[in-house]
Design a protein around this ligand. Structure first.
Ligand code: GDP
Length: 368
């Protein structure tokens, strides 16, 4: 029997995984002209929702963008900047302008110096090989900065199609919904269609001037802690209020546990302070390095939680990352999905980070 396909975007329909492309409730699977959940929501509620793919599938999908004349809007999450920036994007967009939209700035402390942050973003984008036409800082949650996003799209688009790209959970749906309501005539039913020449279900949302917003699936990066922890622990790891930094004065040979997700050892260096930027919902335990192995063996999944013991079973084992912070530099130890630890000493430090295998752990210039 031929597999049924979505009458909107053409993706093969399935009724097993709600967040995977082509989802439709079982009862609608056999109907004539059934549409997938994403197309259904755009058509009926003028509302985009998320579907996901991995990076390889995504880059295949994006292969054709370089030869089009379009604007690429890349959304990243400020709480997980290095975890949500799409590496290799530049190669695929060709000469098309890229607007970098930095979302979730409501999570940063209220005293943040926004000009400095913007410079930091520009520098980080460059280090990731991305040439950006403009950077806009915003918060979909607080509805701040979105006017600036629409303005920037207007001034850069010049009657071109708009591709919206981003990793999962960066706020892409929220932004697209805003663009739809700003650009299209809501009295008219929106139609969606498969974007020509693509192998995946990029969905084309027509605009009044004959051009389109092209909503691409969100990319899943398994290098982000938030993608691999048990779903029930997401609430503890994802901050939903402005971060409240906590500063620890540490001597060398001291350890911090973040639940039982990550262990941070200050291996060597003069006594100094480290400022932790993680969700307030995540318990932190401090101990001596010499006691850390035993503490972990005895208390993982219970006192050191989340995750609980059952959740830990489903996670990859830790790998150790040794990082050397040079004297007189301002650096963060960045752990994708968890947050970051700013090193405040001027004399340098050697630290070890134990994190689940595959999670991105790195040093970066301090964000704040
Ligand atoms: P998508 O997967 O990229 O389409 O992202 P969504 O729009 O579905 O949002 C993902 C999650 O991030 C949801 O839990 C949102 O509530 C949250 N979120 C989106 N925008 C913001 C924001 O500006 N600030 C904060 N704190 N959370 C946000």
């Amino acid at each position: 029997m031929q597999q049924p396909r979505c009458a909107g975007c053409g993706i093969a329909l399935q009724s097993e995984h709600t967040h995977t492309p082509g989802y439709v409730p079982e009862s609608s699977l056999d109907k004539d002209s059934a549409v997938c959940q994403r197309c259904f929501r755009i058509k009926n509620y003028n509302e985009a929702s998320s579907v996901t793919v991995n990076q390889d599938e995504f880059l295949k999908l994006l292969g054709g963008v370089a030869s089009t004349d379009s604007l690429v809007v890349h959304i990243v999450d400020i709480f997980d900047f290095q975890g949500s920036i799409i590496s290799g994007l530049q190669r695929f967009v060709g000469n098309n302008p890229v607007l970098l939209v930095v979302n979730k700035i409501d999570l940063l402390p209220r005293v943040t110096n926004w000009n400095r942050l913007r410079n930091w973003v520009q520098k980080q984008a460059k280090e990731n090989g991305l040439k950006v036409a403009d950077v806009v800082l915003c918060s979909a949650r607080r509805n701040t900065g979105f006017d600036r996003v629409v303005e920037a799209v207007n001034s850069l688009r010049r009657r071109r199609d708009v591709y919206v790209v981003g990793a999962t959970n960066v706020g892409k749906s929220t932004l697209i919904n805003r663009l739809i309501s700003d650009y299209s005539d809501l009295k008219r039913e929106l139609t969606v269609s498969r974007y020509p020449g693509t192998t995946l279900d990029a969905v084309e949302i027509p605009l009044e001037d004959g051009k389109s917003i092209i909503d691409t699936p969100g990319i899943v990066y398994s290098s982000r802690l938030t993608e691999i922890i048990p779903r029930e622990d997401l609430g503890a790891v994802l901050p939903d209020k402005p971060l409240k930094p906590i500063t620890y004065q540490l001597n060398e040979k001291q350890t911090l546990f973040f639940g039982s997700l990550v262990r941070f050892d200050f291996v060597e260096g003069e006594r100094q302070s480290f400022t932790v930027y993680v969700s307030g919902g995540l318990p932190i335990h401090r101990t001596k390095m010499e006691k850390a192995d035993a503490l972990y063996a005895e208390h993982r999944g219970v006192m050191l939680a989340p995750p609980n013991l059952e959740g830990l079973e489903g996670m990859p084992p830790w790998t150790r990352h040794r990082l050397r912070i040079q004297p007189n530099t301002e650096q963060d130890v960045f752990i994708s999905g968890l947050g970051w630890i700013q090193a405040n000493g001027s004399s340098g430090a050697t630290v070890d980070v134990y994190a689940p295998r595959g999670i991105k752990v790195m040093l970066r210039d301090s964000i704040l």
